[in-house]
Design a protein around this ligand. Structure first.
Ligand SMILES: [Fe+2]
Length: 348
């Protein structure tokens, strides 16, 4: 089944989603819920009674994903190979990156419609995250590119740059890169260098387009000059790094990492909007992203104006506050069409 996996507060669960874990309180007792079980109101009550606070669930969705999860998994494996061979040769194969980029661009252009569902794969392992992150950032970047009207050649270049934006991490020691704790100042300085290493790998691989290189080298710059490595400001930053920066922050916050749990999609979108208002991220590009995923992305639990609890399962382009939701009875309601109902509160 296709559906976004999210880490949900038990209080925010809506019956109908599938548990992605088995939860036990005691080994000699049957589990409170098991992997693959559809969560019912009874299960929710049992979890609450046993003081379970969070559960990994897969959201049941009827809106087809813009890139399907099996494809994302396949692209991740290809990305892993690209990274691993880069370690040996300190360069990347341009044709491999081009092929991977065009798979992402083709899927998104083909599946781009007014009903959007964007699915991310959640990784429990930090190393796997490095590869999936490149694919996710590629997907989000291309979606933003499509939304602002970029042409196919520009989208291909953007995809190329975004799927190798962190390639320089192969030169950061693994014990620093995957440290399951807050980094020391010295370690963080080492991690920061990945943008410079990435640009070097591009040059060594004969990637000549400066716009591709700037996406790799400048994706941690902030519009107000507080980013790294060079402290560039808005007028010094090209379109590629400004788009990749948004995609990078989104995927990093939504991810489940050893040093931080997954943030709710609603909280992440709010954070992007906040960062744009503080002149860290490009406001217009954040707006373009929000018009695709909505202010209430898939997985957000909301309260409707009729008092019912509902979960967001898809978004309609241009209706950022009126997503497609599912209520406890299992009925899907498209708020872009059902104008009598509205969202009055977020329950996450
Ligand atoms: Fe990065």
């Amino acid at each position: 089944m296709n559906g976004q996996i999210v880490w949900k507060k038990v209080d925010s669960l809506v019956p109908g989603d599938t548990s992605m874990e088995t939860v036990r309180t005691r080994n000699d007792q049957p589990p409170l819920v098991h992997l693959g079980q559809v969560v019912t109101q009874e299960v929710i009550e049992t979890l609450k009674a046993n003081d379970v606070k969070y559960l990994w669930v897969q959201i049941s969705q009827i809106t087809p994903p813009v890139v399907n999860p099996q494809k994302i998994e396949k692209l991740k494996e290809e990305m892993k190979d690209i990274f691993q061979s880069a370690v040996e040769k300190m360069q990347v194969n341009k044709n491999e990156i081009r092929n991977l980029s065009s798979e992402i661009v083709n899927d998104i252009v083909k599946n781009y419609s007014d009903k959007i569902s964007l699915i991310f794969l959640i990784q429990q392992n930090d190393e796997e995250y490095t590869y999936i992150h490149e694919i996710h950032v590629g997907m989000i970047s291309v979606l933003i590119g499509v939304e602002i009207g970029m042409k196919i050649n520009d989208l291909s270049r953007l995809a190329f740059s975004s799927i190798i934006h962190d390639i320089g991490k192969i030169m950061v020691p693994k014990e620093v890169l995957y440290a399951p704790r807050k980094l020391t100042e010295k370690e963080f300085e080492m991690v920061k260098k990945h943008v410079e290493y990435g640009a070097k790998i591009c040059e060594k691989s004969n990637v000549e387009d400066p716009r591709i290189i700037s996406g790799v080298r400048d994706h941690h710059e902030k519009l107000d000059g507080t980013g790294y490595l060079r402290g560039l400001t808005k007028d010094q930053l090209g379109l590629e790094p400004r788009i990749i920066a948004i995609a990078d922050v989104y995927d990093a916050l939504i991810a489940n990492r050893s040093y931080k749990p997954s943030w709710s999609p609603y909280k992440v979108v709010s954070e992007l909007v906040k960062m744009a208002s503080f002149n860290k991220l490009d406001k217009e590009l954040v707006q373009a992203f929000v018009s695709v995923v909505g202010l209430y992305p898939v997985g957000t639990t909301v309260l409707l104006s009729n008092g019912e609890k509902a979960i967001v399962t898809g978004n309609t382009m241009g209706h950022k506050t009126r997503p497609i939701v599912r209520v406890a009875s299992g009925e899907y309601i498209d708020l872009a069409e059902e104008k009598k109902l509205s969202i009055v509160q977020v329950l996450d």
